[in-house]
Write a protein that binds this ligand. Structure first.
Ligand SMILES: Nc1nc2c(ncn2[C@@H]2O[C@H](COP(=O)(O)OP(=O)(O)OP(=O)(O)O)[C@@H](O)[C@H]2O)c(=O)[nH]1
Ligand SMILES: [Zn+2]
Length: 224
């Protein structure tokens, strides 16, 4: 039995010891990547069958682990869309974990902040008519953000992670994860590269939801 599965066997800590499991550790394997050797660990939601994957490097069963909780964005990460900053954030987070030699990226299948791919494209259609990213969600009958962080918290517990340094600019992720029972020891800033197609999206994130995106003097997101 591998270390990870052994760790999974001792899940359940503190306030969450009694909470019923909603995901299972389904499969894991070494995954050589352009950044070095990771382990891909797949978790499956019991109720829906949705699969999430953790990309793990080094020994993460411990404290102050660099963790990225990343939401799927097919349009940016696979298709090269310039309307958001997701692929750059995914790349930079994996770079950072590889540079440290220890950490985990949780790739959560909650496309479009939880509304799904088709609805995100419907939202993009409304954005093409002049609505911002959050107005478009509301016109479709969705809240700004449908994401929950309890699955991420459960994945971290199953991996043996006891506390995290969270790689994010999103204050709601910091509080969401803490509320789900994960001790957050710190935050690691991510660059949000601006381009002509996402500059408005980045501005709205900063102003509406308080994203901690670093800006240049003229107010645009830093391209570092
Ligand atoms: N509904 C909707 N979802 C979007 C839109 N643009 C990007 N997304 C989704 O938003 C998610 C990324 O969320 P963001 O709010 O950009 O960033 P974040 O991950 O919460 O914050 P960071 O941790 O700082 O990156 C992905 O699931 C994208 O598919 C949009 O215009 N509408
Ligand atoms: Zn995106």
């Amino acid at each position: 039995m591998s270390n990870l599965v052994a760790v999974a066997g001792r899940k359940g800590r503190g306030a969450h010891e009694a909470s019923a499991a909603t995901i299972d550790l389904y499969a894991e394997a070494p995954l050589p990547t352009e950044r070095g050797l990771f382990r891909a660990v797949v978790f499956r939601e019991r109720r829906t069958g949705v699969e999430h994957v953790a990309m793990v490097m080094g020994d993460v069963a411990g404290e102050s682990v660099a963790v990225r909780v990343h939401s799927e964005c097919l349009t940016s990460e696979v298709l090269g869309s310039l309307k958001c900053d997701c692929r750059a954030q995914l790349d930079r987070a994996l770079d950072l974990i590889a540079a440290r030699g220890r950490g985990a990226l949780l790739y959560l299948r909650q496309e479009g902040r939880g509304i799904g791919l088709g609805n995100k494209i419907r939202a993009y259609a409304l954005q093409a008519q002049g609505h911002d990213t959050y107005e478009a969600n509301r016109l479709l009958g969705f809240p700004d953000d449908l994401r929950r962080y309890d699955v991420a918290a459960e994945m971290l517990r199953l991996l043996g992670v006891r506390s995290v340094e969270l790689i994010t600019n999103n204050p709601q992720k910091l509080s969401g994860l803490a509320e789900a029972g994960v001790p957050v020891r710190g935050r690691i800033q991510l660059p949000s590269p601006a381009n002509p197609f996402n500059v408005e999206y980045l501005r709205v994130k900063r102003e509406r939801t308080g994203h901690l995106i670093q800006t240049d003097d003229d107010g645009t997101a830093r391209t570092a």
